[in-house]
Design a binder for this molecule. Structure first.
Ligand code: OVM
Length: 408
């Protein structure tokens, strides 16, 4: 069988629309909302002619496919490439790219390491760090919310929280770019990220070794399981690698997108400032509206059917979380940033057994930062147009020049 972008090319199932769009084109990646709307309007699934696979973006089907880990597996990769048919660029993740029962065992180690109790101990550190960073930025006044804030905060607090002895911002950001762009086809964005090459991969793998982890951080909880005989060194290293893969680009993007939301909606920012209890929901709302992880794939493990559409074994399905999170049948005025909205049920952190295992940590970081912003900043003004950064799986900004006005 000849492969197509690393997967089995399928024919369009009966009864669905065929579409010539490229969801990985620069235009769509830079401004995906028109794509989201068209995708939902074309039916429960569409056939992507260019990639000979399916895509879904309505809330119901996206949730169904994404959460059914038996019919729609992750072990064949959550990008466009089918790991059963083609060798992936790195050893597969022992959580993201594996199915139960092995997934259940491996994930449990991370769930414990990242428990709400462990994270709550870190909250004062996150808040202090956010305060310090904002005090510095207020002095500068004119900043780039991406280069000076979104890319800085997680790359300071996350390695410290995890307990990495060596911290290298550009290595962490570079590796994140590889991991997420690798989920797309062999296009310019994937190739550009992959050009960072072995040196970044080497540094990350090195970072995961027991000798480079301090006793204080969250990753020590993983290595404790080696001492107790539950897991071996190698698995522990791979679990730490998952933290580094999933923990940086995601929160960088979420913070940048959150600042973009409050910049565009000053009245919503004032609501938060007047009622700090809204901080948590404001973060959820920005996750829903901007869905930093825009889409992941699943692969059907059997011939099956969803919403009356026959899906053959080995079909890649692009699950567009950003489209589901703006489905007007579920969310009233879906593109409005409304910090008082009921955000329950958004899919920005996934759903099912693979839902984001780091979500308590991510929320602790992002809410600490937003609280500091709400406490210290009177208003934010735009200095220049935001510039988005094309990425095969993420929705994130490259640049967001703003002026900060300090609280009087
Ligand atoms: C991993 C991982 C986990 C979540 C997201 C992610 C695609 C990677 O385990 O390596 O990015």
């Amino acid at each position: 069988m000849s492969l197509f972008e690393g997967h089995k090319p399928i024919n369009a199932p009966v009864g669905i629309n065929s579409w010539d769009i490229d969801p990985y084109s620069k235009e769509v990646l830079l401004d995906p909302t028109t794509f989201f709307d068209q995708l939902r309007s074309k039916g429960p699934f569409v056939y992507l002619e260019k990639y000979k696979m399916l895509a879904c973006g309505r809330y119901g089907e996206t949730k169904e496919v994404f959460s059914d880990h038996e019919r729609f597996v992750s072990s064949r990769g959550v990008g466009i490439q089918d790991f059963k048919l083609e060798k992936p660029w790195r050893p597969p993740s022992v959580v993201l790219e594996v199915d139960p029962p092995q997934h259940t065992k491996n994930r449990r180690i991370l769930t414990k390491a990242l428990s709400p109790k462990n994270i709550s101990l870190l909250k004062p550190f996150f808040k202090r760090s956010a305060d310090t960073l904002l005090d510095e930025l207020i002095v500068k006044k004119d900043i780039d919310a991406i280069a000076d804030l979104a890319e800085v905060f997680p790359t300071i607090v996350f390695p410290a929280a995890v307990g990495l002895k060596k911290i290298n911002k550009s290595t962490l950001l570079g590796y994140g770019s590889m991991v997420f762009n690798a989920l797309g086809p062999d296009n310019e964005f994937r190739r550009e990220a992959m050009n960072l090459g072995m040196s970044v991969i080497q540094k990350i793998n090195d970072q995961c070794l027991v000798g480079n982890i301090d006793d204080e951080g969250l990753a020590q909880n993983i290595y404790d399981k080696v001492e107790s005989g539950e897991i071996d060194q190698e698995l522990a290293g791979m679990l730490v690698r998952s933290l580094l893969s999933a923990g940086i680009d995601t929160t960088v993007s979420a913070i940048g997108n959150l600042i973009w939301c409050i910049l565009q909606n000053p009245e919503q920012f004032n609501k938060i400032k007047n009622d700090k209890e809204l901080v948590n929901n404001a973060v959820e709302e920005s996750l829903r509206l901007t869905s930093p992880v825009k889409a992941f794939c699943r692969t059907s493990s059997i011939n099956t059917e969803v919403s009356g559409i026959k899906i053959e074994e080995g079909t890649k399905v692009l699950c567009v979380l950003g489209a589901a999170n703006t489905d007007p049948d579920v969310w009233r005025d879906p593109y409005k940033f409304d910090v008082s909205r009921k955000t329950m049920g958004h899919l920005a952190l996934g759903i099912g057994v693979h839902n984001c295992v780091g979500q308590t940590l991510a929320r602790a970081e992002i809410t600490s930062l937003l609280l500091s912003v709400a406490e210290k900043i009177e208003k934010i003004e735009s200095l220049k147009m935001p510039i988005w950064k094309p990425n095969n799986a993420m929705r994130s900004l490259k640049s967001l020049p703003i002026r900060l006005f300090q609280n009087s």
